[in-house]
Design a protein around this ligand. Structure first.
Ligand SMILES: C[S@+](CC[C@H](N)C(=O)[O-])C[C@H]1O[C@@H](n2cnc3c(N)ncnc32)[C@H](O)[C@@H]1O
Length: 353
């Protein structure tokens, strides 16, 4: 009997960092990629832009399947469903080589991460096997990204493995990039959303005729997502008949939220950056608690990458934040990845009665 699948909420996340090669580097860097080039890259992935915003630091796009962030020397693409995210790698490397003046932009770091899919059998090749994804990356990346590691940071139970690959150039590992490693990325995946809370991400009759941006604004305000980071400009987009994506812009920091509210495979994600952990870990943990409260999930995983925090300090701050909404920490793990630093991973489930 064929398995019936719903929408795959769990995202694949790719980050590519670049270094300019010439002294006369163009400060726009990757932000100089033309709309036609971005379309070409996203066509190959299997998604499209539904809304765009930007500030003096970066451009933020809501995609039909999640989000894209473009900084002068960093691009982050996060896509869900059955998208083929890794098709973007050779295209981005090729187009970046023509940007930024002189010898173009050369890659200095590649980071790929994802959770465990709800519907793994519905994924196209190579995404049903992490080994195949890694093989594809290994072939696509140039030899200068020589410091490489692939690992599944896992724990027993469903949806509880965190797949991470990183490849960094020698220069990226050296001291002048130390500050970069002081920044952390928090990736939160939530399933079994509270039915009442998830229903706020359906348009219903009242919002049927609103644009995606208008209905998204109402959802951002009505659910409290706008208050998760009160400093950030939160731009929400509502899909039809349900589903929601939001990009937040706070100076040079992005955040993003994605929601699949359908019963049976409900899913929401929250991602943000900050750093270093000693300075911003507390504030970020408070944001994490506010984000989780919006969805009332039955199970949550939290990964924190980089930021220089000690694993015990990160584990305990995350555990207090998620524990405050009635979830219990079930597993935790930490591993080092080149160019990324420490990656901690924790899973949470409803507290046992
Ligand atoms: C793109 S959003 C958020 C993605 C995110 N990774 C997640 O699952 O939370 C996915 C939600 O929007 C709904 N949706 C409605 N129209 C869609 C479209 N054209 N493309 C993608 N998702 C759409 C899906 O059914 C799902 O509930």
């Amino acid at each position: 009997m064929a398995a019936v699948s719903g929408f795959e909420g769990f995202e694949k996340r790719l980050q590519l960092d670049f270094s300019p090669t010439g002294a006369d580097a163009d400060p726009l860097g990757l932000r100089g990629l033309s709309p036609a080039t971005l379309r070409l890259v996203l066509d190959a992935v299997g998604c499209s832009i539904v809304s765009a915003a930007g500030n003096r630091h970066f451009d933020a796009y809501v995609l039909s399947e999640s989000s894209l962030f473009v900084y002068p020397h960093r691009i982050i693409i996060k896509t869900c469903g059955t998208t083929q995210l890794l098709n973007s790698v050779p295209l981005l490397l090729r187009h970046a080589a023509r940007l930024g003046g002189a010898g173009g932009l050369r890659p200095s770091l590649c980071r790929y991460s994802r959770g465990s899919f709800i519907f793994p059998d519905a994924q196209p090749f190579p995404y049903s096997s992490f080994r195949h994804e890694v093989e594809l990356l290994e072939r696509a990346l140039p030899a200068e990204l020589a410091h490489r590691k692939a690992s599944v940071v896992s724990s027993p139970g469903p949806h509880s493995s965190w797949h991470v690959y990183s490849a960094a150039a020698g220069g990226y590992m050296s001291e002048e990039r130390e500050r970069e490693r002081e920044l952390f990325t928090v990736e939160v995946c939530m399933t079994e959303l509270d039915r009442g809370l998830a229903s706020a991400f359906y348009r219903g009759d009242r919002r049927r005729w609103l644009s995606g941006d208008e209905a998204g604004r109402e959802m951002t305000e009505g659910t409290g997502l706008g208050g998760v980071n009160p400093r950030s400009l939160a731009l929400g987009f509502a899909f039809d008949p349900c589903g929601y994506s939001m990009n937040g812009l706070d100076r040079d920091r992005y955040s993003t939220v994605h929601v699949t509210p359908e019963e049976g495979y409900s899913y929401a994600s929250f991602e943000c950056v900050g750093g270093p952990w000693e300075e911003e870990g507390g504030e970020t943990a408070a944001m994490l608690a506010r984000a989780v409260r919006v969805f009332g999930p039955g199970s949550v995983s939290v990964s924190v990458s980089g930021g220089g925090g000690r694993s015990e300090a990160v584990w305990s701050a995350v555990e207090s934040a998620v524990g405050a909404v009635g979830l219990e920490c079930r597993t935790r793990a930490a591993e080092y990845f080149p160019g990324v630093g420490q990656v901690t991973y924790q899973t949470f489930a409803a507290a046992r009665q």
